[in-house]
Design a protein around this ligand. Structure first.
Ligand code: SAH
Ligand code: SF4
Length: 339
C-alpha cells in the first residue's frame, strides 16, 4: 500500500513543498519508483526508496471479449481485492472500485455478498486501486476519466473512508477527476444518502432499487427489511431537492421475478416525478451459484420493460456488460486471503 500517513511523517521536517512534490509524483506522474523523482534531492529520494514502498502488488486479468481488465490487488494483511477497468469506445476509461472486503448485506444475486464480510478498506486501499490502473494506462498513453464505486462492498457502510478517497480523487493537485465523473452506488441506506446530500460534492448517486415493491425487494436484498423502499425514496427526494442532481436507479433484470409488464408499471408509478433515470442491468449469473435459480431476463423482456418506462416519461438506459469471461461483471467480484 502507498502509505501517505507515513510519507507525511517522513517529510515532516522538510519544507512543505517537498510533500507537494512527492504527492505530485504519486498522484499525477504515477511513478512506482522514487529514484526517478528528480524534483526531490538525492538524499530524500534515497530515504524514501528505503522507507516507503510505491509498489502495489497485483495481477491483471484482461477480458478476451470486451475492452476490460480485472485486477486482483494484494493488501498488506494478505487479502486480495478485485477492481475493474472498463474502456469505452468514446474514450472513457472507468475504474470500478471496491470499498470493502466482501459485504455484510448478502443480496441473493451477488457473488460478493455470498462470500461474507471481512473488513472495510481504508481510503488509501481504495486509492491504490485507482493508482494501479493509472500506472497501467500511463504505459498506454492514456488516463482514467471516471470512477464508479460499484465493486465489492456497500460504500455507505464505509462512509468516511469512501468520502476520504473521493476527496483525493477530486483534488486538483492529486488525481483531479471531476466530481461529476465519480459515482457511488448504494443498496439504499437512507441516513447516509441524506448525509451525502450535505457534503456539497457534485458526485453522482446511484441506488440499487432492483424491485418495484417491498415484497420482491426483500426477497432479493435483505437490507430492504431494515430500510424499506419508502424510506429509501424519501431520502432520495431529500437528496435531489438539496443537490438538484439526477439520481440513477439501478434495476437488475431477472427472468420472471421483477421483469414483467406489471412490474414496469408499478416501478413507473413509484418513481414518477422524481429527478431520476433508470439503468437496467442484465443479471449476470454466477457459474458457481447453486443456492439460487435466478436467470437473466430475455432481450425481448428488457425491450418491453424499457418501452413501458419510456411511455411513462421515465428516462431509461441499459448497462453494457463488461468482462464476464474473467468474472469482472457486476456482482461477480470476489476476494481471497493468502496465508
Ligand atoms: N453495494 C452497492 C455497490 C456494489 S454492487 C450496491 O449494491 O449498489 C453494484 C451493482 O451491481 C448494484 O446495482 C447491484 O444491484 C449490481 N449487481 C449485483 N450482483 C449482480 C449480478 N449478479 N448481475 C448484475 N448486476 C449485479
Ligand atoms: Fe453488497 Fe451490493 Fe452485493 Fe448487495 S449487491 S451484496 S449490497 S455488494
Amino acid at each position: 500500500m502507498v502509505d501517505i500517513k507515513k510519507l507525511k511523517e517522513l517529510l515532516k521536517d522538510e519544507p512543505s513543498y517537498r510533500l507537494r512534490q512527492a504527492e505530485k509524483a504519486i498522484y499525477k506522474d504515477f511513478v512506482s519508483d522514487w529514484s526517478i523523482v528528480t524534483t526531490l534531492p538525492l538524499r530524500l529520494r534515497d530515504k524514501l526508496q528505503d522507507e516507503l514502498t510505491l509498489g502495489i502488488p497485483g495481477k491483471f486479468f484482461p477480458s478476451g471479449k470486451e475492452d476490460a481488465v480485472k485486477a486482483l490487488i494484494t493488501l498488506d494483511d494478505g487479502f486480495s481485492v478485485e477492481t475493474v477497468l472498463m474502456r469505452y469506445k468514446d474514450n472513457r476509461n472507468t475504474v470500478c472500485v471496491s470499498s470493502q472486503i466482501g459485504c455484510q448485506l448478502n443480496c441473493l444475486f451477488c457473488r460478493t455478498g455470498k462470500l461474507g464480510f471481512k473488513r472495510n478498506l481504508t481510503s488509501e486501499e481504495i486509492i491504490d486501486q485507482v493508482l494501479f490502473f493509472s500506472r497501467y494506462l500511463k504505459g498506454r498513453d492514456n488516463f482514467i476519466t471516471n470512477i464508479v464505486f460499484m465493486g465489492m462492498g456497500e460504500p455507505f457502510l464505509n462512509y468516511e473512508n469512501v468520502i476520504g478517497a473521493i476527496r483525493i480523487l477530486n483534488d486538483k493537485n492529486k488525481f483531479n477527476i471531476g466530481a461529476r465523473r465519480i459515482s457511488i452506488s448504494t443498496s439504499g441506506i437512507p441516513d447516509k444518502i441524506k448525509m451525502l446530500a450535505k457534503e456539497e460534492l457534485q458526485i453522482n448517486l446511484a441506488v440499487s432499487l432492483n424491485a418495484p415493491d417491498d415484497e420482491i425487494r426483500s426477497r432479493l436484498m435483505s437490507v430492504n427489511k431494515i430500510y424499506p423502499i419508502k424510506g429509501v425514496l424519501d431520502s432520495v427526494k431529500f437528496y435531489t431537492e438539496k443537490t438538484r442532481r439526477r439520481v440513477m436507479f439501478e434495476y437488475l433484470m431477472i427472468n420472471n421475478l421483477n421483469d414483467c409488464t406489471s412490474h414496469a408499471k408499478e416501478l413507473s408509478k413509484l418513481i414518477k416525478g422524481m429527478l431520476c433515470f433508470v439503468n437496467l442491468i442484465p443479471y449476470n449469473r454466477d457459474p458457481d451459484c447453486k443456492n439460487n435459480d435466478l436467470k437473466p431476463s430475455t432481450k425481448e423482456r428488457i425491450s418491453e420493460f424499457k418501452e413501458i418506462l419510456r411511455t411513462s416519461g421515465i428516462t431509461v438506459t441499459e448497462r453494457f456488460r463488461f468482462g464476464r469471461d474473467v468474472r469482472a461483471a457486476c456482482g461477480q467480484l470476489a476476494y481471497e486471503k493468502k496465508l
